[in-house]
Design a protein around this ligand. Structure first.
Ligand code: CMC
Length: 432
């Protein structure tokens, strides 16, 4: 079969090159134009990577027009309903669902790594009492690199695998310690005799003075939240992790870079911003005024939890969360029914407004996720930390995939330079 190509001609010189079209198993084909500079002396310009595939990957697929999300081929709806977060971690990391035996070994392995080095626990004391939890998370995960120097040797697959396991195991402990530090309570140590999610909840909410009451509804809701956030192909934070990792930096410092990227309100920080927005709107009668502001280009306010670079349809994760939100809020006797009603009315009005219809702006994962986290009593400023705990497997799975590529090259984008041309230095005495 002949290779399909795209011909790129430089009309200034008449010189052409044939760029191969590469087809994946799903999604749009790509033009492989890596010889463009060599052959024609041209770069491509694609600010914010709106049309650039930065790598090949076998992990996660999104069809943004149809609202489809697959982890290793499995639809997110099936995983959210039938799987567990640790099983999804296995799937993302190793590519297949585990057998019962493989799952048992994987769980055992995670359990061996849930504790933090006590030196790292002391590290928390350096943070201000009112530090944002994401600032702490960036710092603590970055500091984790200092405790595992062996992980720097990425030529050893077993070191890379141990780094992945360590990260998945320690993230709940790191996150729960941040919460405990900020509320002034004693750190709660991990328990390896209970589930991953149950352990995370007890580290977040139990206190030494009384037995902890597990709430199965809450655990199930958190499990689903972690599954839904586990990976999302080449988003901003994952691309950060890959770019940092391409220099063969320490995996935990690469993940710290990913966490820093996730913090922004255009990315993971939107879950916190949505709740602040709903609280500000307060009641359905104020919605029209806010809708006017969201559409006003002079006003920086955006409808948080709406819009997505890839989804031009309902985000499948938002659909799942919306579905469980109603039942969960009722079952947990949560006081946030009113906020949920504001959210649903806001969604209804936005989805029938020409501005949002024309731009294909739909609710994304963050639109309803904050309501669930709030019902679980997770403080607002911890929401993005929970997202980071869930996404840590995605970051490390994508990092592992990149590291295992025998053609690994440092990521190095080029630029269209628009600054001064060469000019000579002027001594200060001669400057006007
Ligand atoms: N409210 C109002 N207008 C919007 C919104 C919004 N939430 N999102 C996009 N637009 C408008 C934007 O002003 C632009 O209009 P025009 O064409 O007239 O200039 C058009 O829609 C296209 O927007 P864009 O900013 O070029 O799109 P993007 O792909 O660069 O940005 C986004 C995607 C998610 C950053 C953006 O939709 C946004 O800021 N949404 C709110 C923040 C949010 O919910 N973020 C979470 C994203 S999902 C989870 C995650 O990534 O972690």
């Amino acid at each position: 079969m002949t290779q399909e190509t795209v011909t790129i001609t430089d009309n200034r010189t008449g010189k052409s090159i044939e760029c191969p079209i590469k087809t994946g198993t799903e999604g749009p084909a790509v033009i492989d134009c890596h010889t463009l500079y060599q052959e024609l002396g041209l770069f491509t310009l694609d600010p914010a990577f709106v049309t650039t595939a930065s790598c090949e990957s076998k992990i996660t697929f999104i069809d943004g027009d149809k609202g489809i999300l697959l982890y290793r081929g499995y639809p997110i709806e099936q995983l959210a309903k039938q799987s567990s977060y640790p099983e999804v971690c296995y799937l993302l990391l190793y590519g297949e669902l585990p057998t019962a035996k493989q799952m048992e070994a994987f769980t055992q392995n995670i359990c061996q790594h849930t504790l933090l080095h006590e030196g790292l626990v002391h590290f928390y004391k350096g943070f201000r009492h009112d530090a944002h939890p994401m600032a702490m998370l960036v710092g603590v995960v970055g500091a984790l690199s200092g405790y595992y120097p062996d992980a720097m040797d990425i030529s050893q697959p077993e070191h890379c695998n141990t780094s992945a396991i360590r990260l998945i195991a320690k993230m709940p402990t790191i996150a729960a310690n941040i919460h405990k530090y900020l509320v002034g309570q004693a750190y709660v140590y991990p328990r390896n005799d209970i589930s991953y999610v149950g352990n995370f909840m007890q580290m977040m909410f139990s206190v030494p003075s009384e037995p902890y009451q597990f709430n199965e509804t809450a655990n199930k809701a958190l499990e689903v939240m972690l599954i839904l956030h586990a990976d999302h192909e080449q988003n901003a934070s994952t691309s950060t992790v890959r770019l940092a990792g391409s220099s063969q930096a320490h995996p935990f410092s690469c993940v710290a870079g990913g966490i820093a990227t996730l913090w922004g309100p255009a990315h993971g920080g939107a879950n916190e911003a949505v709740i602040r927005m709903l609280q500000e709107i307060k009641t359905p009668k104020n919605i029209p005024e806010y809708i006017r502001r969201f559409k006003d280009k002079e006003d920086a306010t955006r409808l948080m939890g709406f819009g997505h670079r890839v989804y031009k349809n309902y985000d499948p994760r938002a659909k799942i969360i919306r579905g469980i939100c109603h039942d969960l809020l009722q079952e947990m006797g949560a006081t946030d029914q009113a906020l949920f009603e504001v959210a649903m009315e806001l969604e209804r009005i936005a989805l029938s407004d020409d501005y949002f219809i024309e731009r294909k702006l739909y609710p994304n994962v963050d639109f309803y996720s904050g309501l669930i986290l709030k019902a679980l009593d997770i403080p607002l400023n911890m929401f993005t930390v929970i997202f980071a705990v869930a996404r840590s497997v995605g970051w490390v799975a994508q990092w592992t995939e990149m590291i295992q590529d025998t053609h690994l090259k440092i990521g190095r984008p080029r630029q269209l330079y628009t600054g001064y041309q060469r000019r000579d230095y002027v001594p200060v005495s001669k400057r006007k």
